[in-house]
Design a protein around this ligand. Structure first.
Ligand code: ATP
Ligand code: MG
Length: 292
């Protein structure tokens, strides 16, 4: 009988939708109901364990799961807390991007890192914060909280917080400002360091699919019409256009149609430059999967 590949996912939270979306683009067809803790899929003979994100590294370490999706911040905390025995990062997944930062009250007397000496900082990431203190020679107190960390200064139990930030809206709502970024994070695929060969080959296939989807998500297929003589100018404007597909345009001997794959952010930055060199009929198309 085939050994099942066991993948641990966050049951409900900021990683859940992104994880399911990514997996479904890789043919898994998951539609988890609230009370589903185990989802069986025929795709790559996989069982999905739906659990709290905090439990995922430990599940992998003990062999209860083979791989899982967590925030890099959580893996780093697990590592710095001295808990990691067998878990490693396999691949970055480019979603759930956020940063772990120290934030202070808008009217705080704390102005720079040395002012943190002697203060109390509330956080759910004590090992990462302790490591930061050690690296910066700061002596401060850590108050461990597992939720609503942003309320700690308001209710007077801490002078500052160390928490995850993405847009900064939660900080603003609580009159807090970011003063120091400890680390940048994104969702990562983590896994056991010593997987059986039959599982390892399925994890490799999973990573290949993930990378094909992630690459496609961040790229666009661009089609445009341009004067033949201006084709060389595109190389400087659109990185990745070194070898574009160039097609003749019927009835327009001086023009060509040009097809090229380009990173999405690059495209928006350069659209006016394209217009300046006379590009017309610009079509931007989403890509489903991209394989090297
Ligand atoms: P659980 O109940 O599973 O323990 P949790 O409350 O600990 O959930 P979430 O708040 O859902 O965790 O965050 C999970 C992960 O998502 C974080 O470890 C981080 O990597 C990422 N994350 C957290 N906040 C944000 C955010 N605002 N934007 C993007 N990613 C975030
Ligand atoms: Mg958690």
């Amino acid at each position: 009988m085939t050994t099942r590949l066991r993948i641990a996912l966050q049951k409900s939270g900021k990683l859940s939708d992104g994880s399911i979306e990514l997996l479904n683009k890789c043919n898994f067809n998951l539609n988890p109901a609230k009370n589903h803790y185990l989802i069986k899929s025929n795709e790559l003979a996989t069982d999905f364990l739906m659990i709290r994100d905090d439990d995922i590294p430990g599940f992998i370490d003990s062999g209860a799961s083979d791989v899982g999706i967590v925030g890099e911040n959580l893996f780093i905390e697990y590592q710095l807390a001295g808990l990691n025995k067998n878990v490693e990062i396999i691949a970055p997944l480019k979603f759930a991007k956020c940063r772990l930062s120290i934030a202070i009250n808008q009217n705080s007397n704390i102005k720079n890192l040395s002012d943190l000496n002697g203060v109390t900082i509330a956080t759910s990431y004590p090992a990462t914060l302790a490591n930061f203190f050690k690296l910066n020679n700061i002596q401060a107190n850590i108050l461990v909280m597992h939720g609503s960390v942003e309320l700690a200064p308001k209710i007077g139990i801490a002078d500052a917080i160390c928490d995850l930030v993405s847009t900064g809206t939660t900080l603003k709502e609580n009159n807090l400002i970011e003063m120091e970024v400890l680390l940048e994070s994104q969702a990562v695929l983590i896994g056991h360091k010593n997987l059986k060969p039959e599982l390892k080959s399925r994890v490799d296939e999973l990573v290949f699919r993930f990378q094909s989807v992630i690459k496609a998500k961040n790229s666009k297929y661009i089609m445009l019409h341009i004067d033949k003589q201006n084709v060389p100018l595109l190389r400087d404007i659109l990185p990745g256009a070194e070898a574009p597909t160039v097609l003749e345009l019927h009835g327009h001997p001086d023009k060509v149609a040009l097809h090229v794959v380009c990173e999405e952010h690059v495209f928006w930055d350069t659209i006016s430059k394209l217009k300046n060199i006379g590009a017309t009929s610009i079509l931007v198309v989403s890509i489903d999967k991209m394989m090297e």
